[in-house]
Design a protein around this ligand. Structure first.
Ligand code: M6R
Length: 623
């Protein structure tokens, strides 16, 4: 959510920044911009609007920027101000001598604005509606008063700034220097070499520069940085001490593969799930002694297995996968699991302390709600663990230990393959803890372990089925303004996830319910215009599920049911989507697939771009 990028080095900086903005597009597409200093002014090219990368690229191709070894840019996910040109970053100070790109929120921007106006007696002539433009003016105001260098002035200005942010500022008076600040966020500096000279990339994540260099440092919260062509200095804003962050090397290649035969990332990501699961399992399952190896949490595994309760915090799709982990971990390993939306966990009185384990699940590893919940848990003394997909992400850096998903980069805003990877890691962790704890009979363990190995085959089979009933289901759903998704047991989180997908990318209002909950209120809205998608594959609760479907039919709601091949349970429905039979514990891996496909194809039918749902971004870095 909002991406910042800066480059200093021998290459042509505007080209590097524009390339990086394309690569980080999913952080927000409400605005794109780039700034270059010509010595006496900043040349800025920027575009705002919904999904405006194309317009921005056209602008920079028609209105070329001067060549430079030093440039910076931004892609925007709107917080303050609508998506339009004037709200896109970079923003200039009133004198035009400072330029800024910013990710985050300045909570007291109106106080800062009032202070400047009161103290100077002059009204700020702001061009945008953003908190960012106020911030750059605040820095300019403090610098003018104090006559300090940009870096020292920024340090002083930050004392009165409230909020969480990562931003970089450049000044015409100090050419070739970027000064940046981070609070409650992280930033990365990529460290490379080109034609015998050093080069530096400043970015919100490693991906935009990972094809230029694999070496980077993470800049955590409460830091001030200055970067020139010769190097970087990192200073703690609380202690004033200069620090030397550890140089890291990317271990996983983050290069985006091409879309290949696919037009959309989401389609590709759905179809790469069999290979992705192989990758998730590779090296983590020992076929000789049928054990799971999770190196990232080795140090904590015994304590985890003996914990009286595990707390999981997450949002969105990651929350749905966390619910599944709860079902599995409690049933398989006998360890109680508390799953909470991270934002709720953070701001209520939570009973975690020394000895507690709090696990964050996040595809991006950048979700602000989840990050602050983990920070809070750490302050309370808990050990914090992370399950995330992005190496070098905020979560992967802040946690005591963790497990990478290894799903490969996901570019579609809607999580698909990373949800499946989260499920696979959840199942592996449950099996692993069960074995350490010794609670599962060996025979049952082996059966589950073997089924885990078969997942890529099952998934492949489902994805290759060209089920004609999917078309019927699409016809039914495309005209609906609302739909319910229902399931019981491990199918309940799948109902939540199926509903989230269709809501997110097809723009159809949908709610997921535990099937039994329908009769406690939601059932009142059922009629012939409200389809119900029922996850009704074979399970221990199939009879009760059938009763819930009948309740919906009694109210004339059309029912689309996911059923086990041959419909052995005689599930009543208007449209049946048959799926291969797997053990109930593993059914979520199969059942989610047609729901992902339905959402993807509905989005296309409704003329939407499934990769870029309106108003959403891939990583949500504000609370
Ligand atoms: O990166 P995270 O997994 O922490 O993101 C959390 C949610 O914002 C995310 O899962 C969102 O719900 C998905 N885009 C849904 O497809």
């Amino acid at each position: 959510m909002c991406g910042i990028i800066g480059y200093i080095g021998k290459r042509n900086a505007p080209d590097i920044v524009i390339d990086a903005l394309k690569r980080a597009e999913t952080r927000g597409y409400h605005g794109f911009g780039v700034a270059v200093s010509t010595g006496n002014k900043f040349e800025i090219r920027k575009k705002g609007g919904e999904d405006c990368l194309g317009d921005f690229l056209e602008l920079v191709s028609k209105s070329l920027l001067p060549k430079s070894s030093y440039a910076f840019g931004h892609n925007r996910w709107a917080t303050h101000g609508t998506p339009e040109d004037r709200n896109a970053h970079p923003h200039l100070s009133q004198s035009g001598r400072l330029a800024i790109v910013h990710n985050g929120i300045i909570e007291n921007y109106s106080v800062l604005k009032n202070t400047i106006e009161k103290e100077t007696g002059v009204s700020l002539k702001l061009i945008s509606d953003t908190d960012t433009e106020v911030l750059v003016n605040w820095i300019e105001y403090v610098q003018k008063l104090s006559k300090l260098s940009l870096k020292e002035a920024m340090k002083s200005a930050l004392e009165n700034v409230e909020g969480t942010f990562a931003f970089i500022v450049a000044s015409l008076d100090e050419p070739g220097v970027f000064v940046g600040a981070v609070r409650g966020r992280t930033m990365r500096i990529g460290v490379g070499e080109h034609e015998g000279e050093k080069e530096f990339f400043i970015a919100s994540e490693v991906y935009p520069f990972s094809h230029y260099t694999q070496t980077y440092v993470v800049i955590p919260s409460h830091k001030l940085i200055s970067v020139t062509k010769d190097g970087y200095i990192v200073e703690d804003t609380r202690t004033g001490l200069v620090e030397t962050p550890e140089l890291k090397k990317l271990e996983i290649t983050l290069h985006a593969t091409e879309k290949g035969e696919y037009k959309y990332w989401m389609d590709k990501e759905i179809h790469e799930q069999p290979r992705m699961i192989e990758n998730v399992l590779q090296g983590r399952v020992d076929l000789r002694d049928k054990s799971v190896i999770l190196g990232g949490i080795k140090e904590y595994e015994k304590d985890l297995a003996n914990a009286s309760i595990l707390h999981i915090v997450a949002h969105g799709t990651s929350f749905n996968s966390a619910l599944l982990f709860k079902y599995w971990c409690e049933a398989i390993a006998g360890i109680p699991v508390n799953v909470e939306l991270a934002s709720e966990f953070r701001y209520r009185k939570t009973l975690v302390s020394n000895g507690s384990f709090v696990i964050g699940i996040s595809q991006s590893g950048e979700t602000a709600d989840t990050i602050v919940a983990l920070e809070h848990a750490q302050e309370l003394g808990a050990t914090i663990l992370g399950i995330c997909n992005v190496e070098g992400s905020h979560m992967s850096e802040m946690t005591d230990a963790g497990i990478f998903l290894r799903a490969g980069r996901e570019l579609g805003v809607a999580s698909t393959k990373t949800f499946t990877a989260q499920m696979a890691v959840g199942m592996m962790l449950s099996l692993h803890l069960a074995r350490i704890k010794g609670v599962l009979p060996e025979g049952s363990y082996q059966e589950l372990f073997e089924e885990l190995q078969s997942l890529p085959l099952y998934i492949e089979e489902v994805l290759s089925l060209d089920n004609p009933n999917i078309k019927l289901a699409l016809e039914l759903l495309k005209n609906a303004s609302s739909a319910y998704y229902i399931g019981r047991g491990v199918s309940y989180p799948i109902a939540l996830e199926g509903a989230l997908k269709i809501k997110e990318i097809a723009g159809i209002h949908a709610e997921g319910y535990a099937a039994s909950e329908m009769k406690h209120g939601p059932i009142g809205l059922l009629d012939k215009h409200m389809p119900v998608v029922a996850i009704a594959t074979s399970s221990s609760q199939i009879d009760k599920m059938i009763s819930n479907i009948k309740e919906a039919q009694a109210r004339k709601a059309p029912v689309i049911a996911l059923v086990t091949r041959g419909n052995p349970n005689n599930v009543p429905a208007d449209i049946h989507i048959e799926l291969p039979e797997v053990r109930e514990e593993f059914s979520p891996f199969i059942n989610i697939l047609p729901l992902q496909i339905l959402a993807f194809r509905l989005a296309l039918m409704k003329g939407k771009n499934p990769d870029k749902p309106e108003g959403l971004a891939k990583s949500i870095t504000v609370e």
